[in-house]
Design a protein around this ligand. Sequence first.
Ligand SMILES: NC(=O)c1ccc[n+]([C@@H]2O[C@H](COP(=O)([O-])OP(=O)(O)OC[C@H]3O[C@@H](n4cnc5c(N)ncnc54)[C@H](O)[C@@H]3O)[C@@H](O)[C@H]2O)c1
Length: 560
Amino acid sequence: MKQYSISPDGEKFQLPEPNDYAREFERLKNIVHDQRDKGREIVVVMGVGFVGAVMAAVVADTEDENGNPLKFVIGMQRPSTRSYWKIPLLNRGLPPVQAEDPEVLPMIRRCVNEKQTLTATFTYDALKLADVVVVDVQCDYLKESLGDVKNGQADMAALEISLEIIAEHITPDALVLIETTVAPGTTEQVAYPIMRKVFRKRGIESDPLLAHSFERVMPGKHYVASIRDFWRVCSGTNEEATSRVVKFLEEVINTDDYPLTVLNRPIESETAKIVENSYRATILAFLDEWSLFAERNGVDLIKVLEAIRVRPTHSNIIFPGPGIGGYCLPKDGGLGMWAYRHIHGFEDDIFKITPLAININDTRALHVAQLTRDALRNMSRPLAAAEILLLGASYREDVGDTRYSGSELIVRRLTEMGAELRVHDPYVQHWWEFEKQDEYPSPTHSLKRFFRSQGKLTDLHVEQDLSQALCGSDAVIFAVRHKHYLDLDPDKVVETAGSPLAVIDCFGILDDTQIKRYFELGCEVKGLGRGHVKRIKDQVRAEREEMLLALSAGRQADST
Ligand SMILES: NC(=O)c1ccc[n+]([C@@H]2O[C@H](COP(=O)([O-])OP(=O)(O)OC[C@H]3O[C@@H](n4cnc5c(N)ncnc54)[C@H](O)[C@@H]3O)[C@@H](O)[C@H]2O)c1
């Protein structure tokens, strides 16, 4: 039976059939033959997802000082029903990922169509042609409970299978560069033994040339620059692997302006990635308690952080918003803790801060539901059956990436409490976490399972028209700092909603003038870490009373 893979735009692509493989390999061999004649190194990027697709283009765009391409890149993607569509899309010169960076589309188009230094394929035989293999497949950490990261495990299956396949196909002197964020110890204690065993089976006596260099890619406007023009850390399993990875990265990354850090062992490079993300997760999590402190004691945490940030030593203190999403921060500490026990064999529990930080971040969004409930209650409107509009589905401002966004939890908890949810996000057309909640991010690991009454959320569609979304809303939750939401005029919002509504600010989006105006218009305002709203409310009330007094005094004067 024919199988199909459907792209996010709904285009249907038939999966390759057994006899397509030989033809595809012939196509690649012919291209590679020509490319070698031109003196180009052949690079296979395995996994053309968020990271691999753009990394493949960055490598394919590499030129020598005379402007001649240095590399030919084959983006390799397994032909699953879920992912195969990425291959035909790439081969048309289109990015298989949603990218807000204006550099992504022209770069991929240029490399595929003009320079012809990039192609995509489904056949693992491509690996036979590689001088360098860059591994960008996922390595997940699967949590079994909400708010308890220790109850979970690394899911290395895709990575382990990929490494075995690579070892089965590559030539012995191909460099394998793992960019995937992995449990520290993976390159030497998981990848190396897997590959060595396969090499021995193939009668190859030499050791695999393995290296690790993690990605620091940031989705958003500077997607490409965050790969090409950014500092890298790397390390190889032996001297040859180290010098090969240094040479490769010096050719493809702007190491003149962003020098490489070469560490002694891959476990150090792997640990660097986990520590830098755990550090970030921790400094965000620790502000959660100060956020509550602020709410309960009339403090505006936003202004407090601005005041602190002027100290150069504290310039990177940032407000945590409604949860810490993205693919990396929620999982990376888990990979580190898991490695300590399951790769390195320690029994004791040395990790206190890293899991606590992730647990706090993973549940911070639930408090938004409480603020919404309280704001509606103050307006004498029950939350159950209230129409609530959430502004922003993604995990950070001005990107369309919804992975592990705090907004998902807000929707789930409010739905469980009986509210009707609407969502607006100018960067997100499909919120797969809901539309495909029975299979995304995997059939058993939707956050759906931690909440009741989630069935109807498969019908949640992301509204693109803000006015339409606002019309008739009882509450509006400002969840993400998208530029579209920063200057919304309160008068317009209330007018479009049709009546005063509850306004919840999760990310320091409203300034004091806007907050005051919402109160003047009869709205109720609450916000994460924004305890000073009560002061503004009292001020508006006092001004109103003064005005009423003045009015009634005026009326009395008129009548005498
Ligand atoms: N997305 C980010 O913002 C980001 C930032 C820094 C680091 N990272 C790290 O980069 C790595 C990749 O992340 P991503 O966001 O690109 O993941 P992703 O899920 O978007 O991409 C992984 C791709 O690998 C493919 N794949 C899996 N097994 C394969 C196989 N056997 N052969 C060929 N292809 C295979 C998948 O189909 C998918 O397309 C992860 O370790 C992640 O932690 C991601």
